[in-house]
Design a protein around this ligand. Structure first.
Ligand code: FAD
Length: 464
């Protein structure tokens, strides 16, 4: 009988896994099951008839994480890669109704001391406390701690309140008092361990590079949108993808594994990659290993709603110079972040128009309420009058998709992976394990495929 591998979930992790299985075991049958009617999962690009290009999920990826760029190269879409236009990397924090520029390079841990100490966002007292960072004691031990606790120890509470909380709440769906520093900024925790102080670490790096402000990691996108990546990954999977099919249960049988597909019957497999979000993975793995299911079930999942507006450029007085802003948690706003997509990337809107994407935290709100909140907040923070009619509005709601990286998360994820590794014919992949970024998810898909194929390296790169 032909060997059959089944991958559950056609997000970037599942697509990368299925592709690697197909190319690594050409004689085997590979089936990729996807609950929805399209591939890509959280990656979703929309092109409107009047020339806008909208990203409802990720709009970029980090060039420095090799799995993403390798997948792009191997699937033959390197000519799609574009960097941000020069000079628009500026972003802001909304606080007390004003937009303050963010010190450049902060998130990457590469902000220069000068940029931090001159940022208008901070008071004199706040700056004085930040300047004390080299003299703050190094933390004993290497246990995980919250992002808020890490920055409070090193730089003081003002930095947490005015910068760290707004920035992280705009990216992760978890307050920084719960967010794990080891999960989201392991490099900073390591720098503290190595140099005793982040300022000393920066100074040491700067003296090596000869600059006060080493280059930030490059973020790139794809010209025709991030959706080009799942499409390219799927090219090797012709005839293998089954859309509109939900896997409900995975159980062991004398002949291998059996996957229940509800009204679509059952499917037998010699190996399975579960590449769904954590809650679905917990349900699927409950029969095979209840402990794995419990630990996956304990991963909190966040929700994230976005509202995107296309405006006529002439209707907006705002210069839109930069990539957008994040919002201080004390601001009376539903908005947590806002991307000026047509400034951030070239080709996202016609020249006479602007594309603005709002991220909101408004649990229980209807679509109409979300749009109304976003408009209120854009009026308050960017001066866009409610009377201005957008060319179009799109609401995109995401729940149960993004894991909450709470303190201790990495240990739990490692334990889960260790337990799954005891199952000879099952692997897991996706954003619940080793990072949320698109390249991390691709890497986890490749690792899952390699495990089922019994190779240590991801399957060899083929021609496109
Ligand atoms: C708004 C937003 C912006 C983001 N921005 C960025 C960014 O700029 N850069 C970046 O690198 N990352 C970004 N991310 C994160 C990144 O997009 C995701 O972490 C990544 O795409 C997740 O991929 P995945 O394959 O693990 O999961 P998913 O994309 O969630 O795919 C899982 C798939 O499994 C399917 N599925 C679920 N249950 C079943 C079942 N029982 N049977 C069959 N199929 C099932 C789902 O329908 C889905 O298609 C962003 C995320 C969001 C939401």
């Amino acid at each position: 009988m032909t060997q059959r591998f089944v991958v559950i979930g056609a997000g970037v992790a599942g697509l990368a896994a299925a592709r690697a299985l197909k190319l690594g075991a050409p004689s085997a049958e590979v089936v990729l099951l996807e609950r929805s009617e399209r591939i890509g999962g959280l990656v979703l690009t929309e092109r409107t008839p009047d020339g806008f290009l909208l990203e409802h999920g990720p709009d970029s990826l980090l060039e420095g994480k090799p799995a993403g760029m390798r997948a792009i190269a191997e699937t033959g879409i390197s000519d799609e890669v574009v960097s941000a236009p020069a000079g628009v990397r500026k972003s802001f924090v909304a606080r007390e109704g004003r937009l303050y520029p963010l010190p450049p390079g902060l998130i990457s841990g590469r902000a220069s001391a000068t940029a931090m100490m001159t940022a208008p966002l901070f008071t004199m007292a706040g700056r004085a406390r930040m300047a004390m960072e080299p003299f703050m004691p190094q933390r004993e031990g290497t246990d995980d701690e919250s992002v808020a606790s890490f920055f409070e120890r090193r730089f003081g509470q003002e930095m947490v309140d005015r910068l760290i909380e707004p920035v992280f709440r705009g990216v992760y769906t978890t307050p920084t008092t719960k967010l794990s520093v080891r999960a989201v900024m392991p490099h900073l925790a390591m720098l503290e361990q190595k140099y005793g102080s982040l300022a000393r670490a920066m100074a040491s790096r700067a003296s090596l590079s000869g600059s006060d402000s080493p280059a930030a990691p490059t973020v790139v996108t794809l010209r025709s949108g991030m959706g080009a990546l799942p499409t390219a990954l799927a090219r090797a999977l012709e005839g293998s993808i089954r859309l509109g099919v939900t896997a409900t249960r995975l159980r062991r049988t004398p002949s291998g594994l059996t996957i229940s597909l509800g009204e679509h019957g059952e499917l037998e497999a010699n190996g399975v990659v579960v590449a769904t979000p954590a809650p679905a993975a917990a349900r699927l793995l409950a029969d095979l290993d209840p402990a794995v299911a419990d630990s996956l079930g304990a991963i909190g999942v966040g929700r994230l709603d976005t509202v995107t507006f296309g405006f006529w450029r002439k209707d907006l007085d705002h210069p839109l110079e930069g990539t957008g802003f994040v919002v201080d948690a004390n601001e009376k706003c539903a908005l947590t972040a806002c991307t000026w997509s047509s400034s951030k990337w070239v080709g996202r809107a016609p020249d006479d128009s602007a594309l603005i994407r709002c991220f909101l935290a408004a649990p229980g709100a209807t679509d109409e309420e979300l749009v109304a909140s976003a408009r209120d907040d854009l009026r308050a923070l960017m001066g866009i009058p409610l009377a201005i009619k957008p060319r179009f509005t799109r609401v995109w709601r995401l729940s149960q998709s993004l894991p909450r990286y709470e303190v201790g998360y990495m240990e739990r994820a490692a334990e889960t992976l260790e337990r799954v590794a005891q199952l000879p014919d099952v692997a897991v992949a996706g954003n619940a394990y080793n990072g949320m970024g698109v390249p991390d998810c691709i890497a986890s898909g490749l690792a899952a495929a390699a495990r089922l194929l019994g190779t240590t390296e991801p399957a060899p790169p083929p021609a496109h």
